[in-house]
Structures are given as structure tokens and as C-alpha cells.
Design a protein around this ligand. Structure first.
Ligand code: NAD
Length: 285
């Protein structure tokens, strides 16, 4: 068997088009243009690349997307001050603070300062709490993108066994909750899980979000399972996922990496930005 590719690039392209059409209709109806403020601190090349891709997708869809670039020596107070200015700016629909922040910055304090109504990453305590109680508002983009991708390929989740490798606030925990709300039986694995291979083999849907190159091997995968490769690591200058390529010989579905989860994450960021604007400034009646 060769796995069907879960083509995030193609699905994201159609979502970008849908967003573009919705924004066009919103402007025609007298509504405001969504505005995504992206905060980048320092000169991490990977972060700069991500920010560039997000800006291009935003602009193509009709979202205004200015960057706010602070030097790598910036102090926590400077970042907090910028976040506050953006919180107070009526034009700003969404605020994204690109992770990772330099070590001297208190990342949790920065996250907590973002206005939850503009938290398009869905990572503030308010939005994380809303998700935890099953009443989501703005949902983290990578987990939302994974569910959207599974949905667009018609992969059943209710009653299936989902195994998530990773328990971070960014990916592992929120995707586990989203799978649970879709009535999957969810196992969350992490660095202290004793027999990761055995847990993985039980998965109908396997989400690998550990950031460990080629952690998931061919014989860890149940034949026919849907495998989502979230991890991105740099090995000898090349980007490598958490899933070894031979998994494609047994899985039913597999995300390419790159070209799977990454574009879906950016598509959900734009959707969250549009949603935040729609909620904050509904169309005039
Ligand atoms: P993280 O480092 O915060 O969390 C990693 C999790 O994996 C932890 O919970 C840890 O317990 C678990 N883990 C680590 N090593 C393990 C092992 N050997 N066995 C089992 N569990 C293990 O990372 P994160 O922010 O959750 O991101 C995970 C990966 O996904 C990273 O490679 C990141 O770059 C990537 N990522 C990709 C996208 C995208 O859009 N493509 C978005 C977010 C994150």
C-alpha cells in the first residue's frame, strides 16, 4: 500500500481563496479589512522565513499585515509595550508574536498580555481555557489545521483511536482536545511514555508532534492509519519531519513534510484573523 498524500498545500490554497472571497464580500458590504500585526523579535532565520510566508499569504488574501521587528536585545518591557499599543489600536484584528522569543524575554508574560479577542494564535490563557472547557473561541492554528485537513479528506474521527505524540500547549494538548471533541478516543504520549512504538501501533490517527527527526518508524504504524507529521527539525541543513519516509508504505494517509501541516497552519491563522475581525466589528446592518 502507498499512503494517500494529505496535501496541505493544495487544501490551504483553496482555503486562502475562500478567505479572499469572504474578505471581498465583507468590504463590498461596508465592513472593515482584517489586519494582522506580526511581531518578530530578533533575527532567527527560520522565524523570518515563517513571517515572510505569513505576510505573503495575508496580502494575497486581502489582509493587511504589517511587521513589527524588534532587535534580539529587546527587553520584556519593550515587547509588552508593543503588544499593548497593538491591543489599543482599533485597526488591529489579530496579533501574532512569532515564537521562539529570545531567552531574556518572559514569553508567558508576553502571551498573557495579548488581548484574547486579538489572540489569533489561540495561546492566551483565556483562549486555552475556553478550548479546555469545550467552548472554543480562537483555536491554535496548527491543531485546527490538522483537523481541517483530516476533514477535507473525509477521514472519520468519531470512535477511532487517535494517538498524539507530544503534549505542548502549542500542538500536542490542543490537538488532543480537538480530537476528543470529535469523539475520538485519545492517547497522549510524551518523552516519558515507556513504549511509544506500542502506543503508536494502536492508532487509527497518529499525530507526531515531538520535534524528533524520523522518530516514527514504519513498524510503529497500523496498516491504513492516517499519519500527521507535524515535526520540523533541521538536520545537516535539511528540514526533517518526525515520521520516516518508509511509513508511506503502510499508512493509509500521510502528510508530506513540508507541504502538509505548515500551509494548513498558515491558512488557519488567516481564518482566525478574519474571524477575530468579524466578531469584533460585525458588518453594519
Ligand atoms: P515542544 O518541544 O514544545 O514539545 C514537544 C513535545 O514532544 C513534548 O511534549 C515532549 O514531551 C514530546 N517529546 C519530545 N521528544 C519525545 C520523544 N522522544 N518521545 C515522545 N515524546 C517526545 O514542541 P512543539 O512546539 O509542540 O512542536 C513540536 C514539533 O512540531 C516541532 O518540531 C515544531 O517545530 C513542529 N511544529 C510545526 C508546525 C508547523 O506548522 N508545521 C507548527 C508548530 C510546531
Amino acid at each position: 500500500m502507498t499512503a494517500v498524500q494529505l496535501d496541505g498545500r493544495q487544501v490551504a490554497a483553496s482555503i486562502f481563496d475562500e478567505i479572499g472571497r469572504r474578505i471581498h464580500a465583507r468590504l463590498e458590504g461596508g465592513g472593515s479589512r482584517p489586519h494582522l500585526a506580526v511581531v518578530l523579535v530578533g533575527d532567527d532565520p527560520a522565524s523570518e522565513t515563517y513571517v515572510r510566508m505569513k505576510r505573503k499569504n495575508s496580502e494575497d488574501a486581502g489582509i493587511e499585515s504589517p511587521d513589527y521587528h524588534l532587535p534580539s536585545t529587546a527587553a520584556t518591557d519593550e515587547v509588552l509595550g508593543l503588544v499593548e499599543r497593538l491591543n489599543d489600536d482599533p485597526a488591529v484584528s489579530g496579533i501574532l508574536v512569532q515564537a521562539p522569543l529570545p531567552a531574556q524575554i518572559d514569553s508567558a508574560a508576553v502571551m498573557e498580555r495579548i488581548d484574547p479577542a486579538r489572540d489569533v494564535d489561540g495561546l492566551t490563557p483565556y483562549n486555552a481555557g475556553r478550548l479546555a472547557i469545550g467552548s472554543p473561541n480562537l483555536v491554535p492554528c496548527t491543531p485546527a489545521g490538522i483537523i481541517e485537513l483530516l476533514d477535507r479528506y473525509g477521514i472519520e474521527l468519531a470512535g477511532r483511536h487517535a494517538v498524539v505524540i507530544g503534549r505542548s500547549n502549542l500542538v500536542g494538548k490542543p490537538v488532543s482536545l480537538l480530537l476528543l471533541y470529535r469523539h475520538a478516543t485519545v492517547t497522549i504520549c510524551h518523552s516519558r511514555t515507556p513504549d511509544l512504538a506500542a502506543e503508536s501501533r494502536r492508532a487509527d490517527v497518529l499525530v507526531a508532534a515531538a520535534g524528533q527527526p524520523h522518530l516514527v518508524q514504519r513498524d510503529w504504524v497500523k496498516p491504513g492509519a492516517a499519519v500527521i507529521d507535524v515535526g520540523v527539525s533541521r538536520v545537516d541543513g535539511k528540514l526533517v519531519g518526525d515520521v520516516e519516509p518508509e511509513v508511506a508504505e503502510v499508512a493509509g494517509w500521510l502528510t508530506p513534510n513540508p507541504g502538509g501541516v505548515g500551509p494548513m497552519t498558515r491558512a488557519m491563522l488567516l481564518l482566525n484573523t478574519l474571524r477575530a475581525e468579524e466578531l469584533r466589528r460585525p458588518l453594519p446592518s
